[in-house]
Every structure is written in structure tokens, then in C-alpha cells.
Ligand binder design. Structure first.
Ligand code: ZN
Length: 219
């Protein structure tokens, strides 16, 4: 059975009715698009008391005092900051979609795939975190008028596929494993060093709380 993700609204910017309506589109993304490809789904519930994972919608991350990603009583909890997102891009659902899909794919933020990458002209090999939205985080699509994030398919984490051989992400923006779309990024652990690979024009606006959790887990 799929896990229950409780979405809690602690934002003053987003009203409950709006969030509930948008959860229908996010559920559709998970069930219609993501689950048939990855095999992992989730049941989204607004403000559920019983849950396996939780996403808390707040207004703003504040000055360095945000809680970020953590595990409480064995359950992953993450935060999004709707007021910050709306000020930045006019919507908050692409971030919510991004966090939901990454939470479904790697709830404990500790799964990796070995892949090759280039750094300063050298070919290297490293552990890529199973972050399914980061490489395409600036690519979006709409479901019922609601903006959701693009996401990479399992094949993106399989290094033997040749360029153009198969689809790498839902929208078909990328054409080879471990490549990064414009405005996207990926965190990779090579030896004892973390590198952030950036696509063109990557801004890395998003709070990097999952990276912090990875660093802590791998330390
Ligand atoms: Zn991410």
C-alpha cells in the first residue's frame, strides 16, 4: 500500500481551500505520471493525523532559522515556503510537487546511484543522490492549470544508456543519463567530496535542506 503523506497548512498566504484543490492535481501527477514509471506512489491527505510522511507549508524560511528536512519518530518531514515561492515565481505548487516526488522516491534521503560526470574537464565517477526533480527543476508542466515539476525517470540513473536512446525525464528535456537541464542541478559525492553540478543558468534558489540531510547521513 502506498504511504500517506499529510500536507499541513501553516501559511497565511495560502488558504486551505486553494491548497486542497491543488492537491488534486498533485495527486494526479503522482498516480497518473510518476507511479507507473517508478513503481512508487503516495496518498495525499490534507491535514491528516495519521500519516507516514509529512509536508508542512509555511510562509517564509526566515533568516537561516528554517527547520528543513528531518526525521521525527521515524517519519520524514519536510517544509515548503509558499510566500517566498509566490514572491519568486508567482506560484508554490512546483516546489510542493518537487518535494513530494523526491520524498516518495527517497523518503530518508539516503539512496544513491553510481554515475559518471565531468568536472574541470576530467571524467569522474560518483554517487548521485536519488533526487528525482533537481536535474530538471526549472522545467514545469500543468495539470488542470496547476504548475508541477518535471522529474527524471529511472533511466536517468543508469549510466549505460547512449545519448538519445530513451526518454530520461517526463517532459523529454534530457537525452542522456546524469545530464542536467538548463536551470537544474545535481549533487554528487565523489570520494569524500560533494560537488554540485549545475545546468546552464542554474540559480539554486531552493533551500538545500535535502543536501544537508545527505551530508549528515554520509558523514
Ligand atoms: Zn530537490
Amino acid at each position: 500500500m502506498n504511504p500517506i503523506i499529510s500536507i499541513v497548512n501553516r501559511s497565511k498566504t495560502v488558504i486551505d481551500a486553494d491548497l486542497k484543490r491543488k492537491l488534486l492535481a498533485l495527486q494526479k501527477q503522482i498516480t497518473r505520471d510518476f507511479e507507473p514509471v517508478w513503481g512508487w506512489g503516495a496518498n495525499l491527505r490534507f491535514n491528516a493525523k495519521k500519516f507516514d510522511m509529512q509536508v508542512i507549508v509555511k510562509d517564509t524560511a526566515g533568516k537561516g532559522g528554517f527547520l528543513g528536512f528531518h526525521i521525527k519518530n521515524g517519519k520524514p518531514i519536510t517544509y515548503i515556503f509558499a510566500k517566498d515561492d509566490i514572491a519568486d515565481s508567482g506560484e508554490y505548487t512546483s516546489t510542493l510537487s518537487h518535494e513530494l516526488l523526491e520524498m516518495i522516491a527517497d523518503p530518508n534521503v539516503n539512496l544513491y546511484a553510481i554515475g559518471k560526470f565531468r568536472l574541470d574537464g576530467k571524467r569522474k565517477s560518483g554517487f548521485f543522490g536519488l533526487e528525482v526533480c533537481d536535474p530538471v527543476e526549472s522545467n514545469f508542466y500543468k495539470i488542470g492549470g496547476v504548475t508541477v515539476s518535471d522529474w527524471v525517470r529511472p533511466e536517468w540513473f543508469e549510466q549505460d544508456h547512449k545519448k538519445g536512446e530513451m526518454k530520461m525525464d517526463h517532459l523529454g528535456v534530457l537525452d542522456a543519463p546524469f545530464t542536467i537541464a538548463e536551470g537544474g542541478f545535481a549533487d554528487v559525492l565523489a570520494g569524500s567530496r560533494w560537488h554540485t553540478l549545475r545546468g546552464r543558468k542554474a540559480r539554486l534558489k531552493r533551500k538545500r535542506h535535502r543536501l544537508e540531510a545527505r551530508k549528515n547521513a554520509a558523514a
